[in-house]
Design a protein around this ligand. Structure first.
Ligand code: KDG
Ligand code: MG
Length: 412
């Protein structure tokens, strides 16, 4: 099982994806997701220029050794570009190992701890009527847990709202599924935290009145509040029994969560922009969060995220892996194998990819009755159709950003 080919494949079916494909001398192939939304080519360059030469001739069976070698030998550690590149190698090696063993990856990780993975989808609307329709639509598609985002009176365009205007080059793709503007410069959105804090509790009250107490509801604050504002929001949402409040403060300052925690029992989730176990060291030890939001794709792969989640399990902290459309089907499959195997699985974010993406990445994972399953194919269970991928060249895309009314740039 010597790696004799390593290809970095960029394709843009509904959005940009970066995939590493490894081939061994005995003909096995493995795929890894290296997609970093809005900064894709930085990872392509890291992989092609610096990692591929190190992979050729290596024994594909030595996953832990490859991880430690790529991490430690670079000297420059951590960061989203490095960790997405290492994640792609790690995933591809697990894929190869599964194929060599004739087993799905979750079996190699210890076997299934459950029959399926509870997943949540994204309901959204400019106003309550549109939001209710979106919640119903998600329930009709089988979702048993739903993230709720709405517009805020007085603000033009906010992250996560499906009916926000899309860009020409994004034609046919819902804004909440793909907020990155293709083929242009970043779109400017507006923000006002006080209006948001006044409005959101009224939205959750309306949703609870309409849909009852059982439905698990989630909300994403997208790093926009100060610690005291986040504490206020958590407290005001307590009557509506959220499954979690996500990214309530900017992720760089993990200590901020101490203050939030002192004031509210609303469960907290964070970590979609974290990339190593060290980002979690303090907040796990001090029990400042309830869910780990990291994706396999951005956190060094299955090998490293499993270490994060094993550490978190000592404190009854569960997984809530990031799963927007910018995680490719390969990254989603890796998340599902890991989620099925670990004991402390919490919930999986799941937004369906578009038809073009599904034609490029043939998947064996399944979605039924609100639950995902990675399937029984050996390896990760996703294959990439190179001809199909070749139809969609890379298109530069930028995520939007926010300014306050006085023109100050604010967290997006
Ligand atoms: O690339 C940015 C998106 O992945 C992010 O905005 C999605 O916040 C997100 C979520 O919770 O899925
Ligand atoms: Mg989020």
């Amino acid at each position: 099982m010597i790696i004799d080919k390593a290809e970095v494949i960029v394709t843009s079916p509904d959005r940009n994806f970066v995939t590493l494909k490894l081939t061994t001398d005995d003909g096995l192939t493995g795929l890894g997701d290296a997609t970093l939304n809005g900064r894709e080519l930085a990872v392509v360059s890291y992989l092609s220029e610096h990692v591929v030469p190190l992979l050729l001739g290596r024994d594909a069976s030595r996953i832990e050794d490859a991880w430690q070698f790529l991490y430690r030998s670079a000297y420059w550690r951590r960061g989203p570009v490095t960790m997405a590149a290492i994640a792609a190698v790690d995933m591809a090696l697990w894929d190869i190992k599964g194929k060599a063993a004739g087993m799905p990856v979750y079996q190699l990780l210890g076997g299934a701890s459950r029959s399926g993975l509870l997943a949540y989808g994204h309901a959204s609307g400019k106003d309550t009527d549109e939001l209710f329709d979106s919640v119903r639509e998600h329930q009709e598609h089988g979702y048993r847990a739903i993230r709720v985002q709405t517009g805020v009176p007085g603000l033009k365009s906010i992250y996560g709202i499906a009916s926000n205007a899309t860009y020409e080059a994004n034609a046919g793709v819902r804004y909440d599924h793909e907020p990155a503007q293709r083929g242009g410069l970043p779109n400017e959105e507006d923000w006002d935290t006080r209006s948001y804090l006044r409005h959101i509790p009224t939205v959750f009250e309306a949703v609870r009145n309409e849909f009852g107490p059982e439905l698990p509801l989630l909300h994403d604050g997208h790093h926009r509040m100060t610690p005291i504002q986040a504490a206020q929001l958590g407290k005001s949402l307590e009557p509506y029994d959220l499954f979690w409040l996500e990214d309530c403060t900017p992720a760089e300052n993990q200590e901020a969560l101490r203050l939030v925690r002192q004031h509210t029992t609303t469960p907290l989730a964070i970590g979609e922009i974290f990339n190593t176990v060290w980002d979690y060291q303090q907040i796990v030890r001090e029990q400042l969060i309830d869910y780990v939001r990291s994706a396999v794709t951005h956190t060094g792969g299955i090998t490293h995220l499993k270490k994060v989640l094993d550490y978190a399990s000592q404190y009854q902290i569960k997984s809530g892996m990031h799963g927007p459309t910018d995680i490719s089907p390969v990254g989603m499959a890796a998340a599902m194998h890991l989620g099925l195997a670990i004991h402390n699985f919490g919930i999986q974010e799941y937004m369906k990819h578009g038809e073009k993406t599904d034609a490029v990445f043939q998947q064996s994972y399944t979605w039924a009755d609100g639950f995902l399953h990675p399937g029984e194919q050996p390896g990760l269970g996703v294959e990439l159709d190179v001809d199909e991928a070749g139809k969609y060249p890379y298109i530069r895309a930028y995520l939007p950003y926010n300014r306050l009314a006085d023109g100050t740039v604010h967290d997006w």
